[in-house]
Design a protein around this ligand. Structure first.
Ligand code: IMP
Ligand code: MG
Length: 178
Protein backbone atom coordinates (compact mmCIF):
# COMPACT_ATOMS: atom_id res chain seq x y z
CA UNK A 1 0.00 0.00 0.00
CA UNK A 2 1.16 3.55 -0.77
CA UNK A 3 2.60 5.34 2.26
CA UNK A 4 0.20 8.32 1.93
CA UNK A 5 -2.89 6.11 2.23
CA UNK A 6 -4.56 5.85 5.62
CA UNK A 7 -6.89 2.98 4.80
CA UNK A 8 -8.00 1.06 1.70
CA UNK A 9 -11.77 1.46 1.18
CA UNK A 10 -12.18 -0.55 -2.03
CA UNK A 11 -9.79 -3.23 -3.26
CA UNK A 12 -9.28 -4.00 -6.94
CA UNK A 13 -11.71 -6.90 -6.58
CA UNK A 14 -14.33 -4.71 -4.82
CA UNK A 15 -14.12 -2.18 -7.65
CA UNK A 16 -14.41 -4.89 -10.29
CA UNK A 17 -17.62 -6.18 -8.67
CA UNK A 18 -19.11 -2.68 -8.41
CA UNK A 19 -18.28 -1.85 -12.04
CA UNK A 20 -19.69 -5.14 -13.33
CA UNK A 21 -22.94 -4.61 -11.53
CA UNK A 22 -23.38 -1.05 -12.88
CA UNK A 23 -22.50 -2.26 -16.38
CA UNK A 24 -25.27 -4.86 -16.23
CA UNK A 25 -27.86 -2.26 -15.26
CA UNK A 26 -26.76 0.10 -18.02
CA UNK A 27 -26.79 -2.72 -20.56
CA UNK A 28 -30.40 -3.44 -19.65
CA UNK A 29 -31.55 0.22 -19.55
CA UNK A 30 -29.78 1.36 -22.74
CA UNK A 31 -30.58 -1.60 -24.95
CA UNK A 32 -31.85 -0.21 -28.29
CA UNK A 33 -30.89 3.41 -27.47
CA UNK A 34 -28.65 5.68 -29.51
CA UNK A 35 -26.37 6.77 -26.73
CA UNK A 36 -23.11 8.51 -25.98
CA UNK A 37 -21.13 7.74 -22.88
CA UNK A 38 -19.42 10.96 -21.83
CA UNK A 39 -16.63 10.71 -19.29
CA UNK A 40 -15.49 13.67 -17.24
CA UNK A 41 -11.71 13.83 -17.46
CA UNK A 42 -9.51 13.03 -15.83
CA UNK A 43 -10.99 11.35 -12.77
CA UNK A 44 -13.35 9.02 -14.65
CA UNK A 45 -10.78 7.39 -16.96
CA UNK A 46 -10.14 4.17 -15.05
CA UNK A 47 -13.85 3.69 -14.33
CA UNK A 48 -14.92 4.56 -17.88
CA UNK A 49 -12.46 2.13 -19.47
CA UNK A 50 -13.56 -0.78 -17.26
CA UNK A 51 -17.23 0.14 -17.51
CA UNK A 52 -17.41 0.40 -21.30
CA UNK A 53 -15.65 -2.93 -21.82
CA UNK A 54 -18.41 -4.60 -19.82
CA UNK A 55 -21.33 -3.16 -21.78
CA UNK A 56 -22.23 -5.30 -24.74
CA UNK A 57 -24.14 -2.66 -26.77
CA UNK A 58 -23.33 -0.25 -29.62
CA UNK A 59 -22.54 3.25 -28.40
CA UNK A 60 -20.00 6.00 -28.81
CA UNK A 61 -17.79 7.61 -26.20
CA UNK A 62 -16.66 11.17 -25.65
CA UNK A 63 -15.04 13.30 -22.99
CA UNK A 64 -15.53 16.63 -21.30
CA UNK A 65 -12.99 18.42 -19.18
CA UNK A 66 -14.57 20.55 -16.48
CA UNK A 67 -13.35 21.59 -13.10
CA UNK A 68 -14.79 23.10 -9.99
CA UNK A 69 -11.70 22.39 -7.97
CA UNK A 70 -8.52 24.34 -7.51
CA UNK A 71 -5.61 22.41 -6.14
CA UNK A 72 -7.14 21.78 -2.70
CA UNK A 73 -9.80 19.43 -1.42
CA UNK A 74 -12.74 21.88 -1.47
CA UNK A 75 -15.04 22.71 -4.38
CA UNK A 76 -14.93 26.35 -5.47
CA UNK A 77 -18.53 26.22 -6.70
CA UNK A 78 -17.48 27.69 -10.05
CA UNK A 79 -17.25 25.30 -12.97
CA UNK A 80 -15.02 25.85 -16.01
CA UNK A 81 -15.51 23.93 -19.23
CA UNK A 82 -12.02 23.31 -20.56
CA UNK A 83 -12.82 20.77 -23.28
CA UNK A 84 -16.16 20.12 -24.95
CA UNK A 85 -17.47 16.94 -26.60
CA UNK A 86 -16.32 16.35 -30.18
CA UNK A 87 -19.72 15.39 -31.62
CA UNK A 88 -23.29 16.66 -31.58
CA UNK A 89 -25.39 15.55 -28.62
CA UNK A 90 -28.66 16.70 -30.16
CA UNK A 91 -31.32 13.97 -29.96
CA UNK A 92 -28.96 11.56 -28.22
CA UNK A 93 -29.32 9.76 -24.92
CA UNK A 94 -26.38 10.85 -22.82
CA UNK A 95 -24.82 8.92 -20.00
CA UNK A 96 -22.35 11.03 -18.03
CA UNK A 97 -19.64 9.00 -16.30
CA UNK A 98 -18.06 10.61 -13.24
CA UNK A 99 -15.59 9.45 -10.60
CA UNK A 100 -17.17 11.05 -7.56
CA UNK A 101 -19.92 13.51 -6.72
CA UNK A 102 -19.19 15.91 -3.93
CA UNK A 103 -20.93 19.32 -3.91
CA UNK A 104 -22.74 18.40 -7.14
CA UNK A 105 -21.73 21.68 -8.80
CA UNK A 106 -19.82 20.05 -11.65
CA UNK A 107 -22.62 17.68 -12.67
CA UNK A 108 -25.33 20.30 -12.20
CA UNK A 109 -23.47 22.52 -14.66
CA UNK A 110 -22.70 19.73 -17.17
CA UNK A 111 -26.25 18.34 -17.11
CA UNK A 112 -27.75 21.76 -17.84
CA UNK A 113 -25.14 22.38 -20.51
CA UNK A 114 -25.97 19.13 -22.36
CA UNK A 115 -29.71 19.73 -22.00
CA UNK A 116 -29.26 23.18 -23.52
CA UNK A 117 -27.55 21.47 -26.46
CA UNK A 118 -30.78 19.46 -26.95
CA UNK A 119 -29.71 16.04 -25.73
CA UNK A 120 -32.72 13.71 -25.68
CA UNK A 121 -31.94 12.55 -22.14
CA UNK A 122 -29.11 13.08 -19.68
CA UNK A 123 -28.41 10.56 -16.94
CA UNK A 124 -25.58 10.35 -14.45
CA UNK A 125 -23.43 7.38 -13.53
CA UNK A 126 -20.94 7.88 -10.72
CA UNK A 127 -18.56 5.45 -9.12
CA UNK A 128 -18.67 7.21 -5.75
CA UNK A 129 -21.02 9.62 -4.03
CA UNK A 130 -20.49 11.77 -0.94
CA UNK A 131 -24.11 12.89 -0.35
CA UNK A 132 -23.26 14.62 2.95
CA UNK A 133 -21.44 17.33 1.02
CA UNK A 134 -24.10 18.13 -1.55
CA UNK A 135 -24.73 21.84 -2.25
CA UNK A 136 -27.06 21.46 -5.24
CA UNK A 137 -29.79 18.91 -5.73
CA UNK A 138 -29.02 16.60 -8.66
CA UNK A 139 -30.51 13.24 -9.53
CA UNK A 140 -28.00 10.43 -9.84
CA UNK A 141 -29.09 7.37 -11.81
CA UNK A 142 -26.27 4.91 -11.15
CA UNK A 143 -24.08 4.96 -8.05
CA UNK A 144 -21.27 2.50 -7.36
CA UNK A 145 -20.87 3.24 -3.67
CA UNK A 146 -21.84 5.89 -1.15
CA UNK A 147 -18.87 6.98 0.94
CA UNK A 148 -18.39 9.07 4.09
CA UNK A 149 -16.99 12.59 4.00
CA UNK A 150 -13.32 11.72 3.59
CA UNK A 151 -10.91 12.55 0.80
CA UNK A 152 -10.23 9.47 -1.28
CA UNK A 153 -7.73 8.77 -4.05
CA UNK A 154 -6.84 6.00 -6.49
CA UNK A 155 -8.44 4.35 -9.54
CA UNK A 156 -8.53 7.70 -11.36
CA UNK A 157 -9.11 9.93 -8.35
CA UNK A 158 -6.33 12.33 -7.49
CA UNK A 159 -5.00 14.81 -5.02
CA UNK A 160 -2.94 17.44 -6.86
CA UNK A 161 -2.78 15.12 -9.92
CA UNK A 162 -1.20 12.31 -7.89
CA UNK A 163 -2.40 8.78 -6.97
CA UNK A 164 -4.64 8.28 -10.05
CA UNK A 165 -2.69 5.13 -10.93
CA UNK A 166 -3.38 3.27 -7.68
CA UNK A 167 -5.42 0.16 -8.56
CA UNK A 168 -7.43 0.46 -5.31
CA UNK A 169 -9.28 3.35 -3.65
CA UNK A 170 -8.14 4.58 -0.27
CA UNK A 171 -8.48 7.43 2.20
CA UNK A 172 -5.65 9.93 1.88
CA UNK A 173 -3.79 10.69 5.11
CA UNK A 174 -4.87 14.21 6.16
CA UNK A 175 -1.22 15.02 6.85
CA UNK A 176 -0.68 15.00 3.07
CA UNK A 177 -2.97 18.00 2.49
CA UNK A 178 -3.08 19.87 5.79
P1 IMP B 1 -18.26 18.56 -7.18
O1 IMP B 1 -18.49 19.52 -8.28
O2 IMP B 1 -18.05 19.25 -5.87
O3 IMP B 1 -19.33 17.50 -7.08
O4 IMP B 1 -16.87 17.93 -7.47
C1 IMP B 1 -16.68 16.71 -8.03
C2 IMP B 1 -15.23 16.56 -8.39
O5 IMP B 1 -14.42 16.87 -7.27
C3 IMP B 1 -14.90 15.13 -8.74
O6 IMP B 1 -14.98 14.92 -10.11
C4 IMP B 1 -13.46 15.01 -8.27
O7 IMP B 1 -12.58 15.41 -9.28
C5 IMP B 1 -13.34 15.97 -7.13
N1 IMP B 1 -13.46 15.28 -5.83
C6 IMP B 1 -14.46 15.37 -4.93
N2 IMP B 1 -14.24 14.59 -3.86
C7 IMP B 1 -13.06 13.97 -4.09
C8 IMP B 1 -12.29 13.01 -3.36
O8 IMP B 1 -12.61 12.54 -2.26
N3 IMP B 1 -11.13 12.61 -3.96
C9 IMP B 1 -10.71 13.07 -5.17
N4 IMP B 1 -11.41 13.95 -5.89
C10 IMP B 1 -12.57 14.41 -5.36
MG1 MG C 1 -13.14 15.28 -11.32
Amino acid sequence: MHNDIKRVLFSEKDIENIVNSIAKQIEKDYNGKDFIMIGLLKGSVAFMVDLMKNIDLDFSIDFIVASSYGSGTQSTGRVNLQKDVSQSVEGKDILIVEDIIDSGNTLDFITKYLEAKKAKSVRICTLFDKPDRRQVDISVNYTGAVIPDEFIVGYGLDYNEKYRNLPYVGILKPSVYS
